[in-house]
Design a protein around this ligand. Sequence first.
Ligand code: SF4
Length: 477
Amino acid sequence: MMTGAQYVESLRQRKPRVFYKGKRLENFVDHPAIAPHVRTAAMTYELAGDPRHSEVMTATSNLDGARISRFTHLFWSVDDLLKKIAMLRLVGQETGTCFQRCVGLDAANAIWSVTYEVDQAKGTTYHRRFREFLARVQREDLMCAGAMTDPKGDRSLAPWKQADPDLYVRIVERRADGIVIRGAKTHITGAVNSHELLVMPTLGVPPEGADYAVACAVPIDAKGLTVVFGRQTNDERKEESGLDAGTPFGIVGGESTLIFEDVFVPNERVFLAGEGEFAGPLVDRFAAWHRANYGGCKAGNADVLTGATAALAEVNGTIGNATVKDKLVEMVHLVETNFAGSIGSSALAKQLPAGNWLVDPLLANTVKQNVTRFVYQVARIAHDLGGGVLSTLPSDADFQSAEVGQLLRKYFAGKKGVDTDTKRKLIRYIEGITSVASLVEALHGAGSPQAQRIVMLRQADLPGKAKLAKKLLNIVD
Ligand code: SF4
């Protein structure tokens, strides 16, 4: 396994074509807009090397028996799924933000399971290819981004009916030695600082859309691939050096738009190429695993947020107030409800034909549905208790000013004996982690609320529930 420093060094060996705010970045690793996200992902490596966390952060590979990072491990039991949630909460607590690496983990599990079934049904060799790819990912401890969401253009039209057929990633050429893909993927978490991209379709497609049913692995510095790093709320603060820059880990995951301009993918990296009926299960499984995560990572982040809110109340001298305590308990209640859903969906997992275990889809989608609401509610309480200063605090430069700095320290003092910097750090953390980028990520990451409700309806077995009622009430159809 790599250390955090080795991971960062490994990124320097790659030469992706990266743009940010209109400029091409030659050294993306150290760019202040990107470096916080690199440091966060590096924590997934650091914690795996920490003996105190090895039970949660590492696993035994089912491919070759080696000890590997759990971020490259297939979910080979219910216990693996439970430990994954524990891992997400731990890394969420240590970084206070999104650490990106789980997308590729869930993508790997989805591709593993679906390629097995495609091969069984069609006599293809996708599973063997993916097994070899994954063995290398485990051996070299690579970070993979999962690239699923297409730009989608006119959402009332199927991919192959769009005015521009490239609005969904598609195969534009099939060669004896591989395929050529074109299109784009949007909001791809951690892509710029990943070694590999696991490209997946966004939706199941009928035979006429076969070219859109494509799953493959693309190195981040592949020829023809362009990475455009996105903006975030307060992102220019990352370019400051003072206290306003926030924690070393930034806010949310650092998302990119990926543009594939006729990227050649050799056969050994192609895991689906036209079998549209398998694209739907791939999407559903990836989504179930990833949605179940949110009660883990967001709980870890919310542990820090709740702690910061309580610490700020302490500084403000309000922590003894019964109403304040009750609001903090409400934060805990919401967070633990999400966590319980993630644990529950893992505990009720079922084994797939390929051997790995799939979380309960109804509970997984319910967790994510709750997250879309509870993260906002938790943030609302933090705003309520933190006060208006969360959005009006003067800049760090003003606190450092020879002319007004002392005055600001005097008037922003809290409880006697607490340094004003402590108060400002808490305020800035709460401000950042409850900002629009963070909330929108909780709402739309791993699929928008309506996407979960569609699965929930499918999984809820309403006719079965109606039968229960009729039986109890002695109603005969
Ligand atoms: Fe991982 Fe959570 Fe970030 Fe998704 S939102 S990549 S599960 S930390």
